[in-house]
Design a protein around this ligand. Structure first.
Ligand code: FES
Length: 161
C-alpha cells in the first residue's frame, strides 16, 4: 500500500494535542509529537493536524517539509546516518556509501524493501577524528572501510532474523 493510501490510526494522534486543541502556534510541537507516535508523518496524519489546528493543509505540509527533522516517509528499523562531512569525505565516505549501496541496494533517503535499513547522508556527526564514520541508530562506527561497513550491516541483518 502506498503511503498516500495508508490509513493511520488517528485515535493515537490525540496525545499530540493534549492541552493544545486549537492552538495554531503549537504546530511544530504537535508535528514532533506526531512523529514520535507514528515514526514519521503520514499524509493522513498531516491532514488531521490541519483540521484540528484550523490551519490549511498547505501550511502544515509546508512546515513539515521545511524542517529536516521531519520525515514524510517511514524509515527502516535501522537508520544509518552516513557522514559525508569534510573529514569523512577526505577519508573515503564515498567508498562507504558505495559499499552500503552494494550491500543494501539503497542510497541516501531510501529504505530497503524489508523495512530493515534506511540511509541518510549527513554533514558531520561530531566525531571527525574517527572518520569515516556512520551511526546505526544510537551506535557510532568509526575508521570504516568498505568491507567493515558491509560487515556491520550484515551482522545487524543476521541478528534481526
Ligand atoms: S566530518 Fe564526519 S564526523 Fe565530522
Amino acid at each position: 500500500m502506498c503511503d498516500n493510501c495508508a490509513k493511520s490510526d488517528l485515535t493515537k494522534l490525540a496525545a499530540a494535542f493534549e492541552g493544545r486543541e486549537g492552538d495554531r502556534h503549537a504546530l511544530i510541537d504537535i508535528l514532533q509529537k506526531a512523529q514520535e507516535i507514528y515514526g514519521y508523518l503520514p499524509t493522513d496524519v498531516l491532514y488531521a493536524i490541519a483540521e484540528k489546528t484550523g490551519l490549511s493543509p498547505a501550511k502544515v505540509m509546508g512546515v513539515a517539509t521545511f524542517y529536516t527533522q521531519f520525515r514524510l516517509k517511514p524509515v527502516g528499523r535501522n537508520l544509518i546516518l552516513l557522514c559525508k562531512g569534510t573529514a569523512c569525505h577526505v577519508n573515503g565516505a564515498d567508498s562507504i556509501e558505495k559499499a552500503l549501496a552494494e550491500e543494501l541496494g539503497i542510497g541516501d533517503g531510501e529504505t530497503t524493501a524489508d523495512g530493515l535499513f534506511s540511509i541518510k547522508v549527513v554533514a558531520c556527526l561530531g566525531c571527525c577524528s574517527l572518520s569515516p564514520v556512520m551511526m546505526v541508530n544510537e551506535e557510532t562506527f568509526g575508521s570504516l572501510t568498505p568491507e567493515k561497513a558491509k560487515d556491520i550491516v550484515r551482522k545487524i541483518r543476521e541478528a534481526s532474523k
